[in-house]
Design a protein around this ligand. Structure first.
Ligand code: ZN
Length: 101
């Protein structure tokens, strides 16, 4: 019984789904820490490539449309920075899920 339990639950080292490197505490079908880091770097580059032009267009639109008062400028800057952070995070999360191996 103890052997059976070890077989089903106690496998301490599981192979990475990409590089077959065994790592302790990994879930089946998961990436190892090195592959995860590399994947996060790729997702980060993609997120930056998508977020920068979108935020640039938004900034240009805001600079053209909002009234020229200091308060409005401050809110426009906050909106641009917030949009960049939010969009970057969304694209990064989606890319981490759907990037090819
Ligand atoms: Zn790996």
């Amino acid at each position: 019984m103890k052997l059976l339990r070890a077989e089903f639950h106690g496998s301490p080292e599981v192979p990475c789904v990409k590089c077959d490197r065994r790592e302790r505490g990994l879930a089946w079908g998961d990436f190892c820490s090195q592959c995860l880091k590399e994947r996060s770097g790729r997702a980060s580059r993609l997120a930056s490539r998508i977020s920068r032009p979108v935020v640039l267009l938004m900034g240009l639109y805001l600079a053209w449309k909002i009234p020229v008062t200091p308060g409005a400028r401050v809110y426009a800057i906050i909106a641009v920075v917030g949009t960049y952070a939010l969009l970057w995070k969304i694209v990064h999360t989606i890319a981490m899920e759907f990037l090819p191996r």
